[in-house]
Design a protein around this ligand. Structure first.
Ligand code: GLP
Length: 273
């Protein structure tokens, strides 16, 4: 895991955008896994700026979002469909037929989730999966106790997540109790994972993810098993890291090297599940 610590939220967001932009420039038909939440908003803002000012081209990209609340229609202001439209899709030249999100209104969630997995495979798999981390260590909506080999499915939200995400809804009772989410197993199949964390309320989960034991009690810790993880945070989120000097040293020594693997070319998987 490459741990990169930036000074604050804005510099973290710019750094994240530079990594995503490098991927898009090197592989214009890449498949991106996208995340929601307040953390990636700055990154999306910077990508929009790069699109406007430096002509960063999204036309050939394919995207898959991590998760969606159950029961919220795409037009609901708190749906992740709406979030993506607001914070990215409406401002760049992504093709709508190549942006994919789980359907919160699917009558048969299991079927919709299996179809989503098939679509990811058909697209050749995810090249770079963007992730945030919940205060309880969840990724996507994979809460503590989720299988570390889990696939996309309908999941229950933990009370802490309901409370954390309640800030976006008028009333706590309005927060959906379930969601459709890529599984940890699905996430681990991405070629590169870029996980972001900002602020002191993430410091504990962040340190456990990087330095703690791998445990289903902290689903983000499964990323320790992945060979290409970029863990990018600000100073506040890094506050509990024990080996911070080691990470800073590595970042300094490797400063002029790309954080992305040299060979991004991928085999186009057409396997069916
Ligand atoms: C939600 C999302 C996660 C996200 C997490 C953290 O629960 N499903 O994908 O990482 O919130 O959100 P924030 O970035 O707002 O702290």
């Amino acid at each position: 895991m490459r741990v990169i610590i930036e000074r604050d939220y804005d510099s973290m967001s710019r750094r994240a955008a530079s990594i995503v932009a490098e991927l898009i420039r090197r592989q214009p038909d890449a498949v991106l896994g996208l995340a929601t939440g307040s953390t990636p908003i700055g990154l999306y803002r910077e990508l929009i700026r790069l699109h406007r000012e430096e002509k960063l081209d999204f036309a050939r990209l394919t995207t898959f979002n991590l998760d969606e609340y159950e029961g919220l229609p795409a037009g609901h202001p708190q749906s992740y469909h709406h979030f993506m439209k607001d914070h990215l899709f409406a401002h760049v030249n992504l093709k709508s037929k190549r942006t994919h999100l789980l359907d919160g209104l699917a009558r048969d969630a299991a079927r919709a989730c299996a179809a989503y997995e098939r679509r990811i495979l058909k697209a050749g798999g995810i090249d770079l999966q963007l992730l945030g981390i919940g205060g309880d260590g969840h990724i996507g909506f994979n809460e503590p106790g989720s299988s570390l080999a889990g696939r996309t499915e309908l999941v229950l939200l933990h009370p802490r997540t309901i409370a954390d995400n309640g800030r976006f809804f008028d009333r706590l009772e309005d927060v959906p109790r379930r969601a459709l989410s890529m599984g940890v197993g699905t996430i681990l199949e991405a070629r590169v994972c870029l996980i972001l964390a900002s602020g002191k309320n993430k410091a504990e989960a962040w340190a456990r993810m990087i330095e703690g034991p791998i445990s289903a009690q902290l689903p983000a810790s499964a990323l320790q098993l992945h060979p290409q993880v970029i863990a990018l945070c600000d100073e506040a989120a890094a506050a509990n890291l024990q080996h911070i000097d080691r990470y800073r040293h590595a970042a300094e020594v490797l400063a002029d090297q790309s954080l992305l693997p040299a060979n991004l070319k991928r085999k186009r998987a057409r396997r069916r599940v």
